[in-house]
Design a binder for this molecule. Structure first.
Ligand SMILES: C[S@@+](CC[C@H](N)C(=O)[O-])C[C@H]1O[C@@H](n2cnc3c(N)ncnc32)[C@H](O)[C@@H]1O
Length: 361
């Protein structure tokens, strides 16, 4: 039976990386200019949906790019201690059949203990509903009805709710809930791991991937673990751990020095170069325009020299579209001031077979 959803209020609450607020606000203006700006705090923006305005669609939400999560806002609660805040939060949110409770810090410097607050919030649920929510945080299932609590400070919490209809929606605050495992050669391993989870990418073993900007090799390591045959392009040396893998080859050169025909036959192009986004796009364009079948997908990191460069995103995405790809973009929670673009080859639609004239007509 479908859960009874709480009422949708006038406000949406979106969270983002601290500092990304202007970029998120600019995306909101581009995607849903009818929304009015509400609160603006480091890591949190709220938007008012005008009376009679359309609900935020999944497409709108994806178009926000810098939003880690967007929830229906119930408002804020204040209090002198956790017990008082817990009571106020449940009064404000109402008694619904929550499947889970997500608690996170509005931004890392905020004071608060999300795990302890979650425990207090679970204990504060109506006894007949308490059993639905795992006592200890466990992975949230897709489709769960989630009560959200973003800790704004020791005496103030934001309250909201959402249905976890995407992988990132299952993570408190849309923040990837894993850290870099021991033995990985760079944080790029974790970024790619988050990208694979966020976009539900199917990297099939045996496929060929090339990475532009491969050193020291964390992303290549993740691709190798997925069973791919990997070529890393970088003038800098790749870590030994990766370099000696039997399915890894390094071309020690700049991407532009690779001959076009050498790019033939790759299924995936990954790019993570610390250069201007336009230069990254030029390098990717060469890789996808090699003779032969174009790669089925691209996973590109576009590093933003300044936040204001995010305004160029539509032009950048248009280049992928021009090469025949469908794009999705998101600022990953494990990345810095950058955007991850996943582009998958747009299916070529064959015209339907021409109807044959029935005999005798
Ligand atoms: C952020 S690091 C890449 C991290 C890497 N993806 C990993 O998984 O560890 C950026 C890399 O881009 C490389 N780079 C910059 N310009 C390049 C170019 N024109 N061609 C190839 N590599 C380039 C740099 O040498 C540097 O190693």
């Amino acid at each position: 039976m479908a859960a009874i959803l709480p009422p949708v209020g006038d406000f949406l609450l979106a969270t983002c990386q601290g500092g990304a607020e202007p970029a998120l606000a600019a995306r909101q203006q581009a995607v849903r200019p009818d929304l009015a700006r509400g609160a603006w705090r480091r890591g949190v923006l709220t938007f008012r949906v005008p009376a009679g305005g359309a609900a935020l669609t999944p497409n709108d939400r994806d178009g926000l790019v810098f939003a880690r999560t967007v929830v229906h806002s119930c408002g804020q609660v204040t209090g002198n201690d956790v017990a008082q805040l817990v009571r106020s939060l449940h009064d404000l949110a109402g008694a619904y059949a929550w499947d889970d409770i997500h608690v996170w810090l509005r931004e890392p410097r905020v004071e608060g203990d999300p795990a302890a607050i979650r425990t207090a919030l679970v204990a504060g649920l109506d006894p007949d509903r308490r059993g639905l929510v795992p006592a200890v945080a466990a992975p949230t299932r897709l489709g769960a009805l989630v009560l959200d609590c973003a800790i704004d400070g020791p005496d103030r919490w934001w309250v909201g709710w959402h249905v976890a209809d995407t992988p990132a929606g299952t993570w408190p605050g849309g923040i990837y809930p894993h850290s870099l495992p021991a033995g990985k050669v760079s944080r790029a391993w974790l970024k790619l791991d988050e990208a694979i989870a966020t976009f539900a990418l199917a990297l099939e073993p045996g496929k060929r991937a090339v990475e532009l900007g491969a050193a020291p090799g964390g992303a290549c390591q993740r691709l190798l673990e997925a069973g791919l045959m990997v070529t890393g392009i970088d003038p800098a040396l790749v870590d030994d751990e990766v370099a000696r893998h039997p399915n890894f080859t390094q071309w020690r050169m700049r991407a532009r020095d690779v001959k076009l025909r050498q790019f033939r036959g790759f299924d995936w192009v990954v790019a993570d170069m610390n250069i201007d986004p336009k230069s990254t796009l030029d390098a990717i364009e060469r890789a996808v325009s090699a003779p032969g079948t174009p790669p089925r997908g691209i996973i590109a990191t576009l590093k933003l020299p300044t936040w204001s460069r995010a305004a160029e995103l539509p032009e950048w995405l248009a280049r992928f579209t021009g090469w025949g790809y469908t794009t999705r973009a998101r600022q990953l929670s494990t990345g810095g001031r950058e955007i991850c673009v996943v582009a998958e080859r747009t299916a070529v639609r064959r015209p339907p077979p021409r109807a044959t004239r029935p005999p005798g007509r």
